[in-house]
Design a protein around this ligand. Structure first.
Ligand SMILES: [Zn+2]
Length: 335
């Protein structure tokens, strides 16, 4: 099955065992990095609970009427709470509607399941409202909170959920998953690197064309550090709508440069490894950390009205004139 997510299997098994032993919690917090498949896992759990005839492994059958509604997204006992628009807050009215929905008896006579994603998008009023539902659970309901930033949830909300940590896959697992979704070779490796090892995020980066932009950034950074490109020209080129993507990818590459210093990069596909090595040979580790701080500041000031051209020119000039490793003689691997 192309949607197989073997790295999430231990968490699924843990939940499935609890289900078979009738000791499911009324709320769980599914935490883990962005883009590793937490939503897929939450759906799998919800489907297993709502299916009329789960198989002997506890999986939804995919055949019954309930499974049909689930696939159509119309099952009345599965409630999904998310922001009206990506990046916006989940508001208190939405939580109230969810709580009211959970209070109604299940249509199928089984569970009622609510998925909140991303849970950290709840504003304070919304979180406080959900807290009431968490503290007065009704029978046969399961709330699944999904979060890549559980530390941003109210501590009281966190403490009333069973916490499950979804692991990030190995690089091989991530590449297998991408291959099953039609992305292979250097593009797959680069996408996985840029996504911090998260396969679903990697696929998103690839499909949106972001990976191609990020790959171009790497080429330009290499050329800048080797004096083959003019910093002002590159700054001019970066000024478009995707400035946040470019700065974000710069930051991501820096993280990989630092990592390449600390661990061998021979497992990384040759093309990427070579580019990383070319840069790491000429730029020292401490400077890379300081540069990441500068990019964080730049990202934080985007949209504040500061002159983007000046901001980028400053970064590019600094990057192009970074002290070389040989001059600085910084110890490898120190941080
Ligand atoms: Zn079914």
């Amino acid at each position: 099955m192309s949607d197989a997510t073997p790295w999430l299997e231990p968490v699924w098994q843990q939940v499935n065992r609890a289900r078979l032993q009738s000791r499911l919690p009324h709320a769980m917090l599914l935490a883990g990095s962005e883009g590793i498949g937490k939503q897929l896992l939450a759906d799998r759990i919800a489907h297993a609970l709502l299916c009329e005839a789960p198989d002997d492994k506890g999986e939804a059958c995919g055949q019954c009427a309930a499974c049909g509604w689930l696939h159509a997204g119309t099952h009345p006992d599965l409630l999904v709470l998310k922001p009206d628009e990506p990046g916006k807050a989940i508001k208190v009215d939405q939580v109230r509607a969810l709580s009211a929905g959970l209070a109604i008896t299940s249509h199928g006579g089984r569970y009622k399941v609510a998925i909140v994603c991303p849970a950290e998008a709840m504003n304070l009023n919304a979180a406080n409202s959900l807290l009431k539902t968490l503290e007065e659970p009704t029978a046969n309901t399961l709330l699944i909170l999904i979060s890549a930033a559980p530390g941003r949830l109210l501590a009281t909300v966190r403490s009333r959920c069973q916490q499950l940590q979804a692991p990030t896959p190995t690089q091989a697992q991530a590449l297998d998953w991408l291959a099953a979704h039609g992305v292979q070779g250097e593009a797959a490796t680069r996408s996985v690197l840029l996504a911090g090892g998260a396969p679903l995020r990697a696929l998103g980066l690839h499909e949106s064309g972001a990976e191609a932009v990020m790959a171009e950034c790497l080429e330009q950074l290499q050329a800048l550090s080797e004096g083959r490109l003019d910093p002002l020209a590159v700054a001019g080129e970066w000024q478009g709508d995707d400035i946040a993507l470019r700065l974000g990818s710069w930051r991501q590459w820096l993280q990989w440069l630092i990592r390449a210093r600390l661990v061998p990069v021979d497992k990384v596909a040759s093309d990427v490894a070579q580019k990383l090595q070319t840069i790491t040979e000429s730029v020292d580790c401490k400077a890379l950390y300081q540069f990441m701080d500068r990019i964080d500041s730049a990202l934080a000031t985007l949209g504040s009205g500061l002159n983007r051209q000046l901001l980028l020119e400053d970064l590019m000039i600094r990057w192009a004139s970074m002290p070389t490793r040989r001059q600085n003689n910084v110890m490898q691997g120190s941080r």
